[in-house]
Design a protein around this ligand. Structure first.
Ligand code: PEP
Ligand code: MN
Length: 276
């Protein structure tokens, strides 16, 4: 029986075939291969003091990356839309003071150039995976790009979306599985765990998992992080902050730093084993 369902993906330059999977380096931190990357932080940045305190604590836990939204694509226009430009200085300062690598979402092609000067890794959110003008604009900068899977997109569409960035000139794309829409109502989305081995099979690009937006539930973050690692993901991107109950956005899926510690300590032991 033929199981190679994605054969026409052979057209993309990151088609794996017999090639080795890729790794990227940013500020001396590797993404992909044996380097499991843990990216944590708030859904949205509130102010400099809170972000710096959280980032310092993440660093103490051994993280090299932090996340924080500045431009938020909220489903409701009545919800907080992010700090906007004010957030750019904050994220840059916090990355500088802590030495951590920053991750933040870019939502418009016109913002790409400016954001590339303030943020280390630019993220494309699920709602923008099909925004090909945005993807092409990201091809013109050198920052690695985290490309979230569209919530209603197939793996093939996602791999082709990555190709839009690569063809426009930027090879450093990290895929992020963040859950897809299904009929299941217990979770915000359904984490498509099989996407991980499938992407590893067909693409050379690193692939990470977002357990926060895929589940929408704090109590599922630990099992989903561990499942991601077991399935072969190259990292996790999750929402964590000092006082999750006060989070401006996505509080119900944001964990505190003591829970984060419990989740990542066993994972860090596994990473040490790989590195040997
Ligand atoms: C996010 O990571 O901040 C986010 C909004 O995620 P998604 O685009 O996957 O919903
Ligand atoms: Mn969020």
């Amino acid at each position: 029986m033929k199981s190679e369902k994605l054969l026409d993906i052979k057209k993309v330059s990151h088609y794996r075939g017999t090639k080795k999977r890729q790794t990227f380096s940013i500020k001396n931190h590797r993404i992909g291969d044996t380097a499991f990357s843990i990216i944590g932080g708030p859904c949205t940045i509130r102010n400099e003091r809170d972000l710096l305190t959280t980032a310092d604590k993440l660093k103490q836990l051994g993280l090299h990356f932090f996340r924080g939204g500045i431009y938020k694509m909220r489903t409701s226009p009545y919800e907080f839309q992010g700090l906007g430009e004010k957030g750019l200085e904050i994220i840059k300062k916090v990355a500088h003071k802590t030495g951590l690598v920053s991750v933040s979402e870019v939502i418009a092609p016109a913002d790409v150039k400016v954001m590339s000067e303030y943020v280390d890794i630019l993220q494309v959110g699920t709602r923008n995976m099909h925004n090909y003008r945005l993807l092409s604009a990201l091809g013109k900068v050198d920052n690695p790009v985290i490309l979230k899977r569209g919530m209603c997109s197939t793996i093939k569409e996602w791999l082709f979306a990555a190709e839009h960035i690569i063809q426009a000139g930027n090879p450093s794309v990290i895929l992020c599985e963040r859950g897809i829409r299904t009929f299941e109502a217990e979770t915000r989305n359904t984490l498509d765990i099989s996407a991980i081995p499938i992407v590893r099979k067909y693409s050379t690009l690193p692939v990470i998992v977002d357990p926060s937006h895929s589940s929408g539930r704090r109590d599922l973050i630990k099992p989903l992080c561990w499942a991601a690692m077991a399935a072969g993901a190259d990292g996790i991107l999750l929402e964590a902050e000092l006082a999750p109950d006060n989070a401006i956005c996505d509080a119900q899926q944001t964990i505190d730093l003591s829970e984060l510690k419990k989740i990542i300590q066993p994972m860090q032991k596994m990473i040490e084993l790989w590195d040997k």
